[in-house]
Write a protein that binds this ligand. Sequence first.
Ligand SMILES: N[C@@H](CCC(=O)N[C@@H](CS)C(=O)NCC(=O)O)C(=O)O
Length: 215
Amino acid sequence: MSTFTSLRLRYLEFPGRAQAIRDTLRIGRVDFVDERLTYDQFRDGRAAGEFPFGGIPVLVIETPDGKLCVAQSNAILRFAGRLAGLYPVDDPLQALKVDEALGVGEDINSLMAPSLHEQDTDRKMDMRKVLAEETLPFWMNCFDRVLAANGSNGFIVGNNLTIADLKLYWIIDWLTMGILDGIPKSLIDDFKNVVKWRNNIAAVREARLAQKSGG
Ligand SMILES: N[C@@H](CCC(=O)N[C@@H](CS)C(=O)NCC(=O)O)C(=O)O
């Protein structure tokens, strides 16, 4: 089996695509360096070819055979989940449901991306109106039904915290924190399973992180 001697997660200061990975490694008591790049460091690193596909996060893994640098937040999150016991590797069906949710997370990120890059304010706000009134409610409704199908128990898959919960928790946190012009904080309020799930994951996450420092 392949082994490694150290892990370094490279991302920016904010939660973004890294926070679910950070949480997973912390909950699993997996040692890692949580490197927070400035935008200048990110630009310089990209120009220097430090990121395999130009984007972040990346995970730098020291192995006995040399250094690996791996991109793609979902791939890194699954790896972290395997190390931390938050990815149901022994249950292919549950793993499939987790993978589905991770894909949904990246679909939502991709849907948001054009409006994040739009420089023209009017065009940006037109895009945000469609996102806030149509696109995101559609996805929240789908998510609500997935949660109902899992028994409305406050988890996306099974009866325990998985990387799927952490991935979508941080995306919904970002969408509802009021920093995205045109996207209301009330985005999920009409979706009762999503609200219940969010409250549950906030509490479970806190407890699992606290367990780490107490343990
Ligand atoms: N599919 C990739 C997307 C990576 C990505 O686009 N990351 C953003 C930061 S969240 C980035 O590097 N943006 C800067 C850029 O592409 O110029 C992943 O999930 O890791």
